[in-house]
Design a protein around this ligand. Structure first.
Ligand code: RP5
Length: 181
């Protein structure tokens, strides 16, 4: 029994880390099944050259490892945390309870309720422990990354310029759209 307990508390390996620099954004998802949705945000972090790390940690399946990750996050250099989960999505709120870093929650559509369950779970935090809640699914994942970038750009002029260029490019894409004759 003791053996099983120890095994359960073994550190969860970091499954992805694409940047060699010190990560500034920690992207946490409740299950690997959330990853495809979160890619919409991870691709933006990559495009903006923001060092990040991505981890699978669950509020109910790996609560001790999640707590360890969050309480050490600031000292390890992380500045913003993104938390994505589906169902009764308590991941973001639990993370926010353990840190003063900003936590951005992304609801995932993982059950027959299509993400409404996770949206309400994340957005309806009782007062005092804030979670910045984004839209359900890929739009929310993308906006979480952009909001993280805006937070980091407050103290990073070069990132501010990259963010401004990114947004200008999106505007140009709209202006370039052609309708059928
Ligand atoms: C949540 O349960 C996860 O964030 C995921 O969205 C959902 C389903 O997880 P799996 O059953 O695919 O591992 O905790």
């Amino acid at each position: 029994m003791l053996h099983l307990y120890s095994a359960a508390l073994r550190p969860v390996p970091r499954i992805m880390s694409f940047m060699s620099e010190q990560p500034l954004v920690g992207v946490v998802m409740g299950s690997k099944s959330d990853y495809e949705v979160l890619l919409a945000g991870i691709e933006i972090l990559r495009a903006l050259e923001i060092p990040y790390e991505a981890r699978v940690l669950s509020a109910h399946r790996t609560p001790d490892q999640l707590a360890e990750y969050v309480v050490t996050a600031r000292d390890r250099g992380l500045r913003v945390l993104i938390a994505a989960a589906g169902g009764a999505a308590h991941l973001a709120g639990v993370m926010a309870s353990k840190t003063l870093l900003p936590v951005l929650g992304v609801p995932i559509a993982a059950t027959p309720l299509n993400g409404l369950d996770s949206l309400l779970s994340i957005v309806q935090m009782p007062k005092g422990i804030p979670v910045g809640t984004l839209a359900i699914g890929k739009p929310g994942a993308a906006d979480a990354a952009l909001l993280a970038a805006e937070i980091l750009a407050l103290n990073d002029a070069a990132l501010y310029e990259r963010l401004a260029a990114w947004r200008a490019a999106r505007a140009q894409e709209v202006l370039d759209q052609k309708l059928p004759e």
